[in-house]
Design a protein around this ligand. Structure first.
Ligand code: SF4
Ligand code: SF4
Length: 365
């Protein structure tokens, strides 16, 4: 059973500490430890011994996905047909004041390492973004985000504030979409960003272009400094549901992943994709090593958390408004550790995830 913070303090049997040494954040507890490199994002976690793999963090999330804006003007006025958020030109921004309160609540044990901002395509829809980055940096939390088309000025600010930035590839406008994506990758790299990724939604409708992107990574000079191509599983939600988009079949997925690996291209995934990835690398000689770098769904109070623009908290951004999650936990009025992280809802989800090895309990992926 998870210990609540007050139990930990009461019994005095469980002590933990955070330290910053050079570029590293050290977190030490008897059964949960990590090292996080504040400069390059390298992260390693272990339990009582180096061979232990803790199933969850009892002290709060390592990573938070925070939606600070629901405003998105799309690409040249076109809103992505797979946008699960169904964002449009009109939306709202989280205020700086609410953001600070949210961070204070969820970083209760000083355990948070990174925040992934939920932004619009242009990156700067919320004018408080840079103040938010500064307050995170002051607390040794690294801000990251995903954009689609940024100006030179925004790219410079991103390079100065973010640890990593992903550029979404909007395949539905290919080949124009690829060019737009690659131009943005180059813009960010030219501004000095070391960790620039491409985010790519995997769907049957985007499969052919995915092979084109693999080819371009090897041949297009704009992608020379790319960190990784990160594949995201399509969820039947929002516009993707309305537009009747389709998941990849298992053999299509396996073929794509094995092609990328054989081309020696750095790839990544959202944790939703873990079960499919694990199956796709079956029989490969380096499977054990690859699995050590992969993790199943880490939501539901395992290692990550999602907070929406109103300060409502859900296991992950996809769960919002799904059955049972029509309403989230109001972070501003609850005690985070006891009412959210150790809530019955999170405990149940956590148990289910640990049992299945991280298979999504909400969507058929
Ligand atoms: S997927 Fe991203 S870029 Fe596309 S409409 Fe939604 S928020 Fe905007
Ligand atoms: S609950 Fe499902 S959709 Fe949400 S992060 Fe986990 S695997 Fe992905």
């Amino acid at each position: 059973m998870a210990l609540l913070r007050q139990d930990i303090e009461k019994t005095g049997t469980y002590s933990f500490s955070t330290q910053i040494k050079d570029d590293w954040k050290y977190f030490n507890a008897p059964d949960y430890n990590y090292r996080f490199n504040l400069k390059n994002g390298y992260f390693v976690r272990w339990g009582k011994t180096f061979d232990d793999d803790p199933p969850y963090s009892r002290l709060g999330p390592e990573i938070a996905d925070i939606e600070i804006s629901t405003i998105c003007k799309g690409l040249s006025g076109i809103h992505c047909p797979y946008c699960y958020k169904v964002n449009t030109d009109t939306g709202k921004n989280m205020s700086f004041d609410v953001f600070k309160k949210v961070i204070k609540k969820i970083n209760t044990n000083n355990q948070l390492t990174q925040v992934a901002f939920g932004l619009g395509a242009a990156g700067e829809e919320n004018p408080a973004l840079w103040d938010m980055c500064a307050t995170l940096r002051e607390q040794n939390i690294i801000p990251n985000g995903t954009v689609a088309n940024v100006t030179e000025e925004t790219a410079q600010k991103i390079a100065a504030h973010f640890g990593a930035c992903a550029v979404s590839n909007h395949f539905f406008t290919a080949p124009k979409g690829n060019n737009l994506c690659y131009d943005n990758v180059k813009r960010l790299i030219d501004c000095g960003m070391k960790q620039v990724n491409i985010h790519y939604i995997l769907a049957r409708e985007s499969l052919e272009n995915a092979f084109q992107v693999l080819h371009d990574i090897k041949t297009d000079s704009r992608l020379k400094g790319l960190n990784a191509l990160v594949f995201l599983s399509l969820k039947a939600k929002g516009r993707a549901l309305n537009n009747n988009m389709h998941q990849l079949k298992t053999d299509e997925f396996t073929n794509l992943i094995r092609t990328a690996l054989s081309m020696n291209i750095s790839i990544g995934f959202d944790s939703c994709t873990f079960p499919k990835f694990s199956g796709a690398i079956e029989g490969l000689p380096n499977r054990k090593k690859l699995l050590m770098m992969a993790e199943g769904c880490e939501s539901f109070g395992r290692f990550s958390l999602y907070v929406n623009v109103d300060g409502q908290c859900f296991p992950c951004s996809f769960c919002e408004h799904e059955t049972g999650w029509e309403k989230g936990f109001d972070l501003l009025t609850t005690d985070f550790m006891s009412d959210v992280w150790n809530s019955r809802e999170f405990e149940n989800g956590r148990k289910a995830l640990i049992k299945t090895g991280g298979v999504c309990p909400v969507f058929d992926i």
